[in-house]
Write a protein that binds this ligand. Structure first.
Ligand SMILES: *[C@@H]1O[C@H](CO)[C@@H](O)[C@H](O)[C@H]1NC(C)=O
Ligand SMILES: *[C@@H]1O[C@H](CO)[C@@H](O)[C@H](O)[C@H]1NC(C)=O
Ligand SMILES: *[C@@H]1O[C@H](CO)[C@@H](O)[C@H](O)[C@H]1NC(C)=O
Ligand SMILES: *[C@@H]1O[C@H](CO)[C@@H](O)[C@H](O)[C@H]1NC(C)=O
Ligand SMILES: *[C@@H]1O[C@H](CO)[C@@H](O)[C@H](O)[C@H]1NC(C)=O
Ligand SMILES: *[C@@H]1O[C@H](CO)[C@@H](O)[C@H](O)[C@H]1NC(C)=O
Ligand SMILES: *[C@@H]1O[C@H](CO)[C@@H](O)[C@H](O)[C@H]1NC(C)=O
Length: 494
């Protein structure tokens, strides 16, 4: 009888778990509070000043400050900072997920009437179909324009951009992101192939801005301008964005965003809301702008990342001297980070809300790793271009110690290593006390540095035995996401 490689691998993992006494049931599946910092302390958020040294006004982080939060262009893996593990750890498989790069605002986050326009004539958004065999297509792209004869004025920014689209600068950041990853995983550690062959795959969501990023990343990595497939799941069930239906998760997130603690922060911020509404013309009863700081945050940060001024109040269609100040913007940014910490980490229900709505992607990740280890797949590198909602849920499941709003390009990297028997007998400085019987270890990088989880089973995720990581993910979402549908529809308790 033919042996099923996955079954035999699972048997090996199970045996190793038994031998080492870390049975799945002893891996801690509980929520653990994040660190108490200024970011999740409402008193400091409302009464404070500045934004913790975070950058909001340029994609360029000054040399020497790399690693600092930059909303416009978050730090990611690059050769200068990359820490190579000790040589007995051999890199086997890498999966990268990151948020798209900087963009224009979403139309829904625009003020009713904007005091200036936003044009994107410095780039083309290519959009065409072409049969694989047969006639060719021109490289057709969209040229936005406003018709002088069309009396219907769109809400928000006027101009030739799509709202949203990745801006020309955001495309440059995307290319550099790809170049930096290649600088590490090809040039520095000799892991990636020279060409984008069948060992690598790229995946996007139904939101076209992720495809805009992916094309630039692929050229930044492999220098190719050739046709290249981007994996995409169907609309409405995609696990990467995610968009599949998960009522239990939606209910939990709604409960998180309607409790007393949540409304307390909106009440504490009411003077700020009054000032912003007065200047922007947003109605104080506009629920989109007042359910959270999401819209104002996006609205102001997108301008600042593109060196556009903070807006002034329009009186009779003309700029007045009543403007949104940097102090107001900073308070919006502090509140936005507070909200992301609150929704995805501080509220104990956040873990179940995220593990259900991101469980399918987690199950795909663990399957990719298992298939690689079992020799069923020769893909060594998977790259996912996603959204802040994707990264937030993933960081929530990983129980990041200090949660923030994942900025543009925010990246998490899963590295799978196999430890070779040391012949020198010199202990590795980075080796953790926990050993893996299978010999496989996982390192997780966030902002280009080792991620620290508040969950004690994961802790500093620097060579955590694969068995532990799989037991944690399997415990929450099931092997290959087998528990997710039941947990999402309420058939299985969360
Ligand atoms: C969070 O707290 C842990 C434990 O005190 C500490 O080791 C870690 O450095 C903290 N994280 C950050 C980002 O400060
Ligand atoms: C929040 O910050 C305030 C002011 O600095 C401090 O008094 C309070 O103890 C902090 N709360 C927590 C939970 O750390
Ligand atoms: C961004 O803001 C910081 C702090 O306010 C300031 O020092 C810096 O000059 C600004 N950079 C740009 C490019 O405007
Ligand atoms: C900000 O919000 C206003 C008001 O809805 C809108 O007109 C404007 O386009 C928004 N700008 C951005 C950058 O979101
Ligand atoms: C609204 O803005 C006007 C200036 O345009 C100012 O005179 C007025 O005090 C502001 N009202 C509030 C509540 O901030
Ligand atoms: C308002 O000021 C901005 C710069 O702050 C300028 O770009 C815009 O053209 C002005 N708009 C109006 C209607 O005066
Ligand atoms: C909600 O507020 C109460 C009282 O301040 C506090 O004890 C509790 O920890 C808060 N819950 C969250 C999720 O922040």
């Amino acid at each position: 009888m033919q042996t099923n490689p996955r079954a035999s691998f699972m048997a090996a993992v199970a045996a190793s778990l038994a031998r080492h006494g870390i049975a799945a049931s002893t891996v801690d599946l509980n929520w653990h509070a994040p660190n108490a910092t200024a970011i999740n302390n409402l008193t400091q958020v409302v009464g404070g000043s500045g934004v913790y040294g975070f950058i909001y006004n340029s994609s360029a982080t000054p040399e020497g400050q790399y690693g600092v939060y930059n909303w416009c262009n978050m730090p990611h893996v690059r050769a200068i900072e990359y820490k190579k593990p000790s040589p007995e750890y051999k890199l086997q498989y890498v999966e990268v997920i990151h948020r798209h790069h900087k963009r224009t605002v979403y139309a829904s986050n625009s003020f009713p009437v904007e005091s200036y326009g936003w044009n994107c004539d410095d780039e083309g958004l290519f959009y065409y179909g072409q049969p694989n065999a047969g006639k060719k297509s021109a490289h057709a792209y969209w040229q936005g324009y406003l018709s002088p004869q069309n009396p219907f004025i769109p809400s928000g920014f006027l101009g030739s951009c799509q709202f949203p689209q990745i801006t020309a600068e955001g495309l440059d950041d995307s290319w550099q992101h790809g170049r930096d990853l290649y600088g590490v995983y090809h040039d520095l550690v000799g892991f990636l192939p020279d060409n984008a062959n069948e060992k690598v795959t790229f995946r996007v969501t139904q939101n076209v801005i992720t495809s805009e990023v992916a094309g630039m990343v692929i050229n930044g990595m492999f220098g190719t301008e050739a046709d290249y497939p981007l994996l995409i799941q169907p609309s409405g069930v995609d696990s990467l964005e995610p968009t599949y239906t998960c009522s239990i998760s939606s209910n939990l997130f709604s409960a998180i965003k309607s409790g007393t603690n949540w409304t307390n922060h909106l009440t504490a911020a009411s003077p700020l809301y009054s000032a912003l509404d007065n200047i922007s013309g947003v109605s104080p009863s506009d629920s989109g702008f007042h359910a959270s700081f999401d819209h104002y945050y996006d609205n102001l940060s997108a301008r600042q990342c593109h060196a556009k001024p903070l807006p002034c109040k329009l009186v009779n269609g003309v700029n007045s001297t009543t403007c949104i100040t940097q102090d107001y913007a900073n308070e919006v940014y502090r509140l936005g980070n507070y909200e992301y910490s609150y929704i995805y980490r501080d509220d104990p229900r956040s873990l179940a809300a995220s593990a259900t709505s991101y469980g399918v992607w987690i199950g795909e990740l663990t399957t990719h790793i298992r298939d690689f280890v079992a020799g069923k797949s020769n893909v060594i590198y998977r790259h996912n271009v996603a959204h802040d909602g994707s990264l937030s849920r993933l960081l929530s499941v990983l129980q990041l110690d200090v949660m923030i709003w994942p900025g543009m390009g925010s990246e998490v990297v899963f590295e799978l290593y196999k430890k070779e028997a040391s012949t020198t007998g010199i202990p590795s400085p980075s080796s953790t006390p926990a050993t893996s019987a299978s010999g496989y270890y996982i390192r997780v990088l966030w902002k280009g540095q080792v991620l620290r989880s508040s969950n004690p089973s994961l802790g500093l995720m620097d060579m955590v035995p694969l068995e532990t990581v799989l037991a944690y993910f399997d415990g929450l979402v099931g092997i290959g996401a087998s528990l997710v549908q039941g947990k999402c529809n309420g058939m299985i308790a969360v």
